[in-house]
Design a protein around this ligand. Structure first.
Ligand code: WT7
Length: 648
């Protein structure tokens, strides 16, 4: 752990502004009470919140049961998540979704309209024979129909698994097969950066690679674009959707029934299907929307995340809709057709809460402050970030140029596995400092421990970030892989803590600073990628003998990928520049554009120990332009370092 000592210091700090404080959902007293109630009677704390915020069909008796690593929450409770997001908000003439397309078409959908859409689509899914517990893949951009599909699944108790529409057909195929999905729902095509992306073709290709569990493919006609139609398998959304409104009784779900599977990268080549259940997940989504985003009835909340990521699940769909809020969704690129697209949308729609990733902020910062300055961004009252550590420079830029120095910034730390925010400022209370996600939320008990699992009680000393107590929205496992669940999250400290995989430190005011990952996971533009996953994609190319993937700091993306590659003997004469291009395309095809290596270096071999293990630590030093640190005496082929240094 010696090498994770922090050298970063930040002296700027910001108090919540007075007018925000006056109206905030949570003030100092409430926060104090919440924290002390949790300390004294954790079960009562969660029980009261769950009763207050969820509409139950039948109330629960126990709060948390089971033992690590398998916990159950609100076990006997019965509910339906979709009705919590819809049925209780109808007849109020309230807007649910404002959708802006890349072409700047605006659609407004009220809760009443969304209720009809979801019911009708549930009816269609039911007619296709889907029942509680079946799996459906949603491969769609962030459009109202994708949200409709999610909520329709939830209404029937069907488990959805959204695959980010930028993933390749191989990635899609792997996910379909891992969860044995019966149906895939997609669009004919969508536009991104002005280009037409034919999602249905990707689905067709995935199915042609072998997806025996798929019975039907439902296609929503999203834009005017021809698509192949396979009579045996394909169905048009508009053909199967009832013409008049049909009410489908929501399935009575137990608290612990699964709501969705979402695949994320880990430190092996195979993505893991993170599993979330119904009541607990919903509860933390609702609470964090109220506590961290200070969400109120008249807000317009824009979270720029795609529904393909957990942020889109918790802060586009389930959290905001369960609280009856109005969300804005935009399914285009941040800088298309012009670099000020975000600011234009905020002004035109009077967005009040804006939540995005540091990588987007850095991109927009680079384009210059004259762009946001052209717009009136006064409607904004709170800003948020998520996905990776935000560097203080970007934080301060965000605060002054977008937040007019008056908006609190909530830097929210959490994971696909945690379901909802774990560490984040309470905007009316917490003093914020650029670069730290500050303190754990009420009910969340985190610690920073050394490799033996002992608390590190020293300031600024890095360690492993763990969560000591179970919480309602925690993952319930990895789909079909109990062993990996235990190994990844629990075994190292004998089931004592949930292991986040992040390293962090505490400053002398108790603020938590996330330092990075402790495993082979990299974070490119806020997207989690496993280096092993990329390596296995690279070595699957017939010319490649071996590959090691590491990350290095990147001005915009946070981290970027550097792939070290050795070619099979008969291909070493190949033109490296040309081949690097080909390899990038290859990775794009295997995983998706986000995984394309920024840099590729070819060498005769890779630095290995005598036992044949690639020393990624040395490659990391090289990629980051650092001096080679630590011991190299176990290196089998020392001269390879000289060769690598020369080519970089
Ligand atoms: C990993 C989780 C959570 C939704 C988006 C990503 C990193 C996330 C922060 C933050 C520093 C952060 C962590 C975490 N991360 N938020 N505010 N500050 N790092 O979800 O793909 O599950 O990735 O993202 O490393 O473990 P994910």
């Amino acid at each position: 752990m010696k090498n994770i000592e922090s050298k970063l210091t930040e002296s700027r700090s910001y108090k919540p502004n007075e007018s925000f404080k006056k109206k905030a959902n949570i003030n100092k007293t409430i926060l104090f009470e919440l924290n002390s109630q949790y300390k004294k009677t954790p079960d009562m704390f969660w029980s009261e919140l769950a009763k207050k915020h969820i509409d139950w069909i039948e109330e629960f008796k126990t709060v948390c049961s089971g033992s690590a690593p398998f916990f159950r929450w609100f076990e006997e409770g019965k509910l339906n998540v979709s009705s919590n997001c819809l049925d209780r908000h109808i007849n109020k003439n309230k807007k649910a979704i404002i959708h802006i397309s890349e072409d700047n078409n605006k659609t407004v959908i009220t809760y009443d309209e969304l209720y009809v859409l979801v019911n009708n689509f549930s009816h269609s899914l039911k007619k296709l024979g889907l029942v509680k517990g079946d799996r459906v893949i949603i491969y769609m951009p962030t459009i109202p129909e994708a949200i409709t599909a999610m909520l329709a699944c939830a209404r029937l108790g069907v488990i959805h698994s959204i695959v980010f529409a930028g993933f390749s057909s191989e990635s899609l195929k792997d996910r379909i097969n891992d969860c044995n999905a019966k149906i895939v729902i997609t669009v004919n095509a969508f536009k991104r950066n002005g280009k037409i992306i034919k999602a249905k073709n990707t689905v067709d290709h995935a199915l042609s690679l072998g997806c025996p569990s798929i019975e039907k493919c439902i296609i929503y006609k999203n834009i005017n674009e021809n698509t192949k139609f396979n009579k045996d398998k394909d169905l048009w959304w508009h053909d199967i959707l009832a013409k008049e409104s049909i009410v489908v009784e929501p399935e009575i779900m137990s608290s612990e029934d699964l709501l969705f599977i979402l695949y994320t990268s880990g430190s092996t080549g195979k993505p893991k299907g993170i599993v979330h259940s119904s009541a607990g997940y919903l509860l933390n989504c609702i609470l964090t929307n109220k506590w961290v985003f200070d969400l109120k009835d008249d807000d317009l909340f824009w979270c720029t995340a795609d529904i393909g990521w957990i942020t889109g699940h918790s802060y586009v769909v389930y959290g905001p809709l369960a609280t009856g809020s109005t969300i804005l969704i935009y399914d285009g690129a941040p800088t298309y057709p012009k670099a000020d697209r975000f600011w234009e949308i905020i002004e035109a729609n009077k967005v009040t809460i804006f939540y995005t990733a540091p990588t987007a902020i850095r991109t927009l910062m680079k384009l210059g402050e004259h762009l946001p300055r052209k717009y009136n961004l006064n409607s904004l009252r709170l800003l948020g970030t998520v996905g990776e550590p935000i560097n203080p420079k970007a934080w301060v830029w965000y605060q002054s140029n977008i937040g007019s120095k008056k908006c609190p910034i909530v830097d929210t730390w959490w994971q696909t596995e945690t379901g909802a925010h774990m560490i984040a400022p309470i905007p009316g209370v917490t003093q914020t400092i650029p670069g730290t996600c500050t303190h754990p939320l009420p009910g969340i008990d985190v610690d920073i421990v050394d490799d033996n699992g002992n608390s590190i009680n020293k300031c600024n000393q890095g360690g492993n970030l763990v969560i000591r107590k179970p919480w309602p929205s925690m993952l319930r496992g990895i789909w079909n892989d109990e062993k990996r669940y235990k190994q990844t999250y629990w075994e190292k400290y004998n089931n004592k803590y949930y292991i986040t995989g992040d390293t962090a430190r505490l400053d002398n005011n108790g603020n938590i600073w996330i330092m990075g990952r402790s495993d082979d996971v990299v974070n490119v533009s806020g997207h989690r990628l496993g280096t092993m996953e990329i390596e296995s994609a690279i070595v699957s190319h017939e010319y490649v003998a071996e590959s090691a993937v590491v990350s290095y700091q990147h001005e915009i993306k946070g981290e970027a990928i550097h792939a070290f590659v050795t070619l099979k003997n008969n291909f070493t004469e190949y033109n490296n520049t040309e081949f690097a291009k080909e390899l990038r395309e290859w990775v794009k095809e295997k995983i998706g554009s986000i995984a394309k290596p920024e840099r590729i270096s070819f060498s005769d071999s890779l630095p290995k120990t005598r036992s044949g293990k690639i020393m990624r630590r040395l490659l990391r030093n090289l990629a980051r332009g650092e001096d080679i640190s630590g011991d190299t005496s176990t290196l089998e082929n020392e001269n390879i370092l000289t060769q690598l240094k020369n080519i970089l």
